[in-house]
Ligand binder design. Structure first.
Ligand code: HEC
Ligand code: HEC
Ligand code: HEC
Ligand code: HEC
Length: 469
């Protein structure tokens, strides 16, 4: 399957690219355009930290039917003059994979996974429902609630029982809705925690290597890209910017990387999750360190791991991205993060207790960084420097592992789109970049066929365009 590049004219969404990885399409896409407040810092750290995820809050969930009325969110086309599109339901139902997340549990792939795990079936197993549906406790399900709705509106927006009334009457503003149990999906930290609770995993729900071994697909994630490819059922216009805080695509990407690292470190420090008997939990490690043909010799030293050949490496794509981002806002911080990552990699040679200790130590840097990035706006110059840094890191041969190359490709696409949207590069410059970016997409098209040298050649070509622009 060739990587598809679709132009998506939906609202402000622009270039969107789809790359099919071996088991599932990993959609690499670009970011939506917003007005970038250069140098400004918003108070975006906001409610993100403290917020309870919709699944674990105490509000009753009413089900998709209560959102889907044609005068509410079930219109066939966006309404003119409305503050929101009102066709959110149709977008979700017809284009959003979350609407089919429960149905997936009834298909042959899921039956096989369930069989291999010794489960009676997948569609009634808590472990599967927790991520493939809005699996709230029975006492929080109204009569109209249906588990078969899959990852429904309320799975992301929160149980509607308290906010629906005032929300329909139009009497409440967004802050009041949030106070009444609506989840603040516009806040980048809160959004990252929400999406990654299913796309990365938490102490309460987690795809182990055992589940992967039973046939579950790999789960790559990048917050900005996935927000666009979901696809978005919202439009960021002047009205939206008045009602809600807006994080630009680069900030969304950066916060997403920081939260992904934070959640990974949390897992690595958790004795219930970081091991399987005498072995470490392999899901934290680079899949392709083990899963690639022996004839495809590609190992080479990588400065940021400090590891020798023949060693299983932690999956560190997000850590590499975060280190680049940290290095841009504060070089000393980038350096500290590098030292901590090396210590974490080194700990894998000693055992999971040592890894847990190193992971906890690293959180001392990463936790404050999440808050800091939620308040950091990147202007055009900073975006250009980030772009160069992501490319340079690759030329320094840091992306020889597939997952890192995949993250770098999504990063470059997000930054370029943010630069275009913010008017920091013009249409012609963007086109020049975009044409070369195709080579990078090609190189990550299939994880099993990944050849680092092709990816590095693509980055080299991108570097040439940067120098000329
Ligand atoms: C921690 C959350 C989580 C858990 C637990 C989980 N899944 Fe998934 N599953 C996902 C996510 C996220 C994806 C989408 C991955 C992607 O393509 O990016 C997915 C994808 C899948 C797919 C591929 C879907 C498709 O469209 O082809 C199948 C099949 C599947 N899961 C079955 C299961 C079964 C069966 C269980 C229970 C044993 C389970 N999952 C448990 C999060 C989870
Ligand atoms: C996978 C998570 C997810 C699901 C499922 C989901 N949404 Fe959203 N929704 C978001 C995100 C993220 C945003 C953008 C951030 C924001 O505005 O809060 C959003 C924004 C919105 C907005 C705000 C638009 C605006 O201009 O303020 C509405 C309305 C909305 N969604 C309705 C729905 C409805 C109705 C459904 C179900 C049919 C649904 N959503 C399902 C994540 C989700
Ligand atoms: C309750 C769990 C849950 C939450 C929360 C969640 N997702 Fe998902 N997501 C899934 C599952 C399960 C799938 C796979 C569905 C399928 O393939 O049918 C999925 C699939 C996707 C896909 C398609 C991936 C692919 O490879 O095709 C995108 C994009 C996505 N999610 C984005 C998001 C974003 C953005 C958020 C946060 C705003 C989010 N998700 C929140 C469970 C969740
Ligand atoms: C330390 C090495 C190692 C790492 C890292 C690793 N695996 Fe595995 N994986 C194995 C072994 C060993 C098996 C069992 C192979 C067998 O039974 O033939 C396996 C089995 C599997 C299978 C089932 C293959 C089959 O033949 O049915 C899948 C799918 C899988 N792993 C996916 C993953 C994913 C996805 C990741 C990364 C998140 C990952 N693995 C990380 C070693 C690893």
């Amino acid at each position: 399957m060739k990587p598809k590049r679709r132009m998506n004219s939906y609202c402000l969404l622009l270039a969107e690219t789809v790359v099919r990885a071996i088991r599932k399409p990993a959609r690499l896409a670009a970011a939506m355009g917003l007005i970038v407040a250069i140098g400004a810092t918003g108070s975006l750290a906001g409610p993100g930290w403290a917020q309870t995820l919709p699944q674990y809050a105490n509000d009753v969930h009413l089900g998709v039917a209560s959102c889907a009325g044609s005068t509410c969110h079930g219109a066939v086309t966006p309404w003119r003059g409305s503050t929101v599109l009102q066709n959110e339901y149709v977008t979700w139902q017809s284009k959003d994979p979350h609407a089919k997340a429960y149905a997936v549990l009834l298909n042959e792939d899921s039956r096989r996974i369930a069989r291999n795990l010794g489960l009676p079936n997948a569609h009634e197993a808590k472990i599967c429902l927790d991520c493939h549906a809005n699996n709230v406790p029975a006492n929080l399900r109204s009569k109209t609630f249906q588990i078969s709705d899959g990852v429904s509106c309320e799975a992301c927006h929160g149980g509607a029982v308290r906010w629906l009334g005032v929300h329909i009457s139009g009497a409440a503003n967004h802050a009041q809705n949030v106070a009444a149990g609506m989840y603040p999906t516009e806040d980048p930290v809160a959004r990252a925690k929400l999406c990654m609770s299913c796309h990365v995993g938490t102490k309460d729900k987690f795809v182990t290597h055992k589940i992967m071994g039973a046939g579950h697909p790999r789960m790559p994630f990048e917050l900005d890209t996935f927000t666009v490819t979901q696809p978005a059922h919202f439009r960021i216009d002047a009205d939206y910017q008045q009602r809600k805080r807006v994080a630009d695509p680069v900030q969304t990407w950066a916060v997403g990387q920081a939260v992904a690292v934070q959640m990974t470190l949390e897992g690595l420090a958790d004795p219930n999750r970081n091991r399987q008997g005498i072995f470490p939990e392999l899901v934290f490690f680079d899949c392709h360190a083990c899963h690639h043909p022996m004839s495809n010799l590609r190992w080479e030293p990588r400065a940021s791991t400090g590891l020798g050949p023949g060693v299983v490496r932690l999956a560190d794509g997000n850590m590499i991205m975060l280190r680049i981002i940290a290095g841009q806002i504060d070089p000393a911080l980038g350096e500290r993060l590098l030292q901590q990552s090396r210590a974490l990699h080194a700990a894998t040679a000693q055992g999971m207790d040592a890894v847990a200790t190193a992971a906890s130590a690293m959180r001392g840097i990463v936790d404050p960084l999440v808050t800091r990035l939620a308040q950091t706006r990147f202007d055009g110059k900073a975006m250009g420097e980030l772009l160069r840094a992501v490319i340079r890191e690759g030329l320094g041969r840091e992306y020889t592992d597939y997952a890192a190359a995949e993250q770098a490709t999504m990063a470059i696409a997000a930054i370029l789109n943010a630069m275009k949207r913010g008017g920091h590069i013009d249409e012609a410059q963007y086109k020049r970049y975009d044409a070369v970016l195709d080579k990078a997409y090609k190189a990550v098209e299939r994880d099993e066929a990944f050849k680092p040298k092709d990816f590095i050649a693509a980055l080299d070509a991108l570097d040439q365009v940067v120098l000329k622009n």
